[in-house]
Write a protein that binds this ligand. Structure first.
Ligand SMILES: Nc1ncnc2c1ncn2[C@@H]1O[C@H](COP(=O)(O)OP(=O)(O)O)[C@@H](O)[C@H]1O
Ligand SMILES: [Mg+2]
Length: 237
């Protein structure tokens, strides 16, 4: 089964067509990367998937239900591009707050803190955490309702390579437990960490496939090169 099915999605923002006619699918139980330069429409697409973006037309099905259905609130975790956690609250306090907002028992908090390896920082105010630790607090908040699908908008932006690696290891562990992931990034070197890719450019799907598929198809050695070659082919066709 597909976690997400999108057919002829059309989205306007501020009177401008951002996604003219987008169709793609996201498989269950794997990590799908949504890759594209800044301004290509990643956040707009993600907002539509999680049901906070008005769409003009097209079909958008998430876990078998229309995007934005109330049942999806607990099944889909969403971490925005600039995660909002409360700097003056501790890790535990933040998560207790998010648990109450999500209608999840407070008793779920210790387990998600362990999942994101923040046990040592339970009583630490978020203001004293590093960027990577903060990113993990937001992720923990999204994990509270035990979602089946996690949608993460550029979760590793601004993190150093070691922290990025740690976060990707965590995503892969969660995916092994059966959680489906859609992760956006504008950094092509992250594409290789995904099992499936959707390359976006100017609101259109430029290509989809596994990283090896895209390398083979474009006869390139890096995904960065593959992306450039696909753009060149599009421009000349
Ligand atoms: N609130 C808005 N009003 C009008 N245009 C917007 C708004 N937000 C984003 N856009 C435009 O939509 C396009 C896609 O933006 P976005 O989805 O944020 O891309 P990405 O996440 O890939 O950087 C950009 O051209 C951007 O300028
Ligand atoms: Mg964005």
């Amino acid at each position: 089964m597909n976690a997400i099915e999108i057919s002829h999605l059309r989205v306007l923002r501020g009177g401008r067509v951002v996604l003219p006619d987008l169709s793609c699918t996201v498989s269950s139980g794997i990590i799908t990367g949504l890759l594209g330069p800044s301004g290509s429409g990643k956040t707009t697409l993600i907002r539509a998937i999680v049901g906070v973006q008005r769409v003009l037309s097209g079909q958008l099905t998430v876990l078998g239900r229309p995007a934005g259905s109330p049942e999806l609130r607990r099944l889909v975790g969403y971490v925005t591009q600039s995660p909002s956690v409360y700097a003056d609250l501790t890790v535990s306090e933040n998560l207790a707050y998010f648990a109450s907002m999500a209608g999840v028992a407070r008793s779920a908090v210790p387990a998600v803190i362990e999942t994101v390896s923040l046990g040592a920082f339970r009583q630490t105010p978020v203001s004293q955490l590093s960027g990577g630790e903060r990113a993990r607090v937001s992720l923990a908040a999204a994990l509270l309702p035990a979602p089946r699908l996690l949608v993460l908008d550029e979760p590793t932006v601004g993190l150093d390579p070691v922290l990025r690696q740690e976060l990707w290891d965590l995503f892969h562990r969660l995916a092994q437990d059966g959680v489906s992931f859609l992760i956006s990034s504008h950094v092509m070197d992250e594409a290789g960490r995904c099992q499936q890719l959707i390359l976006l450019r100017e609101g259109r799907v430029l290509a989809t496939g596994t990283p090896p598929d895209l390398l083979r198809h474009t006869e390139t050695k890096s995904l960065e090169e593959a992306f450039l070659r696909l753009i060149a082919a599009e421009v000349t066709s």
